[in-house]
Design a protein around this ligand. Structure first.
Ligand SMILES: [Zn+2]
Length: 470
């Protein structure tokens, strides 16, 4: 059974939900004031893997990731560049989508932009004011009173005297009035955007955006709430305080946090000019190499970014793809064919993934399997072909090994250039087959597209496709 480390309890817990229920997942998205960097890539790639795996083992997912499109940094940046905030934000979101598409990230079912949910945010603050969880300051700001919410600090294990109920609690903090946080910033600067409310014009604080959006999209529960570990406190602590104050029965059984990315043991920051942008990496490396590189470190550990390790990932993936070279598809393999050898790898794969998504172990397994294929290629062609298929199958679960080996190994070879016209034709044909409910034919086209390095994603509205290669 799948076990996931839950930040709430600091324990690996069984993921016990029934396969018949929809798993609600909310991940805090990007504040779009700059290009996306390797930290974003890691966080969203980890949730991409988690969602892929949950879907693989049979769950249906409902995934929402917000976009913060109003914020001090956004206003500053747009003003600085003499660009309207709307145009600036639209441009940044477009660039973010380009990066995420090239990273082959799963597209959320909904990607709400904060400014489009202002009515919900204002109504949430209104409820908090009415329930006296919030108060208006003299300057017109609205603050959340953390003393009114008795479990404040529970999620991030900072709650005083909670030891007996919360054995994972490591530190006690005395929270007081000075920790009250902003729900609404009153309008002070004439040139800043603002929204009208019964308590005065202004704009929302960051934390209430997520709570209001979660409340809007999910009824009473988010099964998994995720984000970078830097969001645990105060952002997620504030989010859950607001959510519970708005709706006492709201529950978030699993909190998953992704470790930080550090550059030469330092946090990425503007002042150090050490930010590594996704699009710069994609200029130099295939998106699968970046994916493999991120999977080599367990998602909860800090990831120390070095180009040396990226080269290492490139070498490993090159070896794996080389082992797949000249392997051919074997149709109708008997179920019990070499079952012992195949199960050995299969069991290890699922054991590692079920152990809190232990992708470093899975990466080692893929390498081991690839070496084994090389070893037996001369002696047993059939088995090597079957194991190559298994290797691709495991890789695909993680969003890897989608390409034709020749395409990965010799990307500049003319013969392997993707003809965009053919791709569009195939995508269109598949769409027609799907409309006609000819699933088998649609699936044949999907597989064909995969060999061309094109990944098809079906969301609730339509199908989109992304290139795993530029
Ligand atoms: Zn959030």
């Amino acid at each position: 059974m799948l076990k996931i480390f839950n930040t709430l309890t600091k324990k690996k817990e069984p993921f016990k939900f029934l396969y018949t229920e929809i798993i609600n997942i909310y991940v805090c998205g990007v504040t779009v004031y700059d290009l996306c960097h390797i930290g974003h890539a890691r966080t969203f790639l980890v949730f991409d893997i988690i969602i892929r795996y949950l879907e693989h083992i049979g769950y249906k997912i409902f995934y929402v990731r917000n976009i913060t499109d109003i914020d001090d940094k956004i206003i500053y940046k747009a003003n600085n560049q003499k660009e309207s905030i709307n145009l600036f934000v639209d441009r940044m979101i477009k660039l973010m989508h380009e990066d995420f598409l090239r990273l082959n990230l799963k597209i959320p079912d909904y990607e709400p932009r904060v400014t489009e949910y202002m009515i919900d945010i204002i109504s949430s603050i209104n409820i908090l004011l009415k329930k006296e969880y919030a108060y208006i300051k003299n300057n017109g700001d609205v603050l959340f009173s953390i003393n009114k919410y008795k479990n404040y600090g529970f999620l991030s294990h900072r709650l005083k005297n909670y030891g007996s109920n919360n054995p994972a609690s490591c530190c006690s903090v005395d929270f007081n009035h000075s920790n009250d946080f902003v729900l609404w910033k009153s309008h002070t600067n004439n040139s800043d955007p603002f929204w009208k409310t019964p308590w005065g014009p202004g704009r929302p604080g960051w934390h209430i955006e997520c709570s209001a959006i979660i409340n809007k999209f999910f009824k009473n529960r988010v099964n998994i709430h995720g984000g970078g570990i830097d969001l645990l406190f105060p952002h997620h602590e504030n989010e859950i305080a607001q959510l519970k104050s708005l709706n006492r029965s709201f529950s978030v059984p699993f909190w998953i946090h992704v470790g930080m990315v550090v550059i030469d043991n330092q946090k990425m920051s503007k002042s150090l000019s050490n930010t590594v942008f996704i699009r710069d990496l994609l200029e130099k490396y295939d998106s699968e190499i970046i994916r493999y590189y991120i999977l080599l470190t367990h998602y909860r550990h800090p990831l120390s970014f070095t180009e040396k390790k990226l080269y290492l990932s490139k070498n490993i993936l090159t070896k794996i793809y080389t082992s797949l070279l000249n392997c051919t598809m074997v149709c109708s393999i008997p179920d019990d064919y070499e079952i012992k050898t195949r199960n050995l790898f299969k069991n290890q794969f699922y054991a590692a993934m079920n152990d809190d998504f232990n992708t470093p172990k899975v990466c080692l397994l893929l390498q081991k399997l690839s070496k084994y294929i090389n070893k037996i290629k001369q002696k047993n062609i059939l088995l090597s072909n079957v194991l190559a298929q298994d290797l691709i199958y495991f890789g695909n679960i993680l969003g890897l090994l989608y390409q034709d080996p020749k395409q990965f190994l010799f990307p500049n070879h003319k013969q392997h250039k993707i003809d965009i016209f053919i791709i569009k034709k195939l995508v269109h044909m598949r769409h027609i087959y799907r409309l006609d409910k000819k699933w088998h034919l649609a699936d044949i086209i999907r597989k064909k597209l995969l060999t061309l390095g094109v990944v098809i994603e079906d969301n609730r509205i339509n199908s989109t496709y992304t290139f795993t290669k530029k």
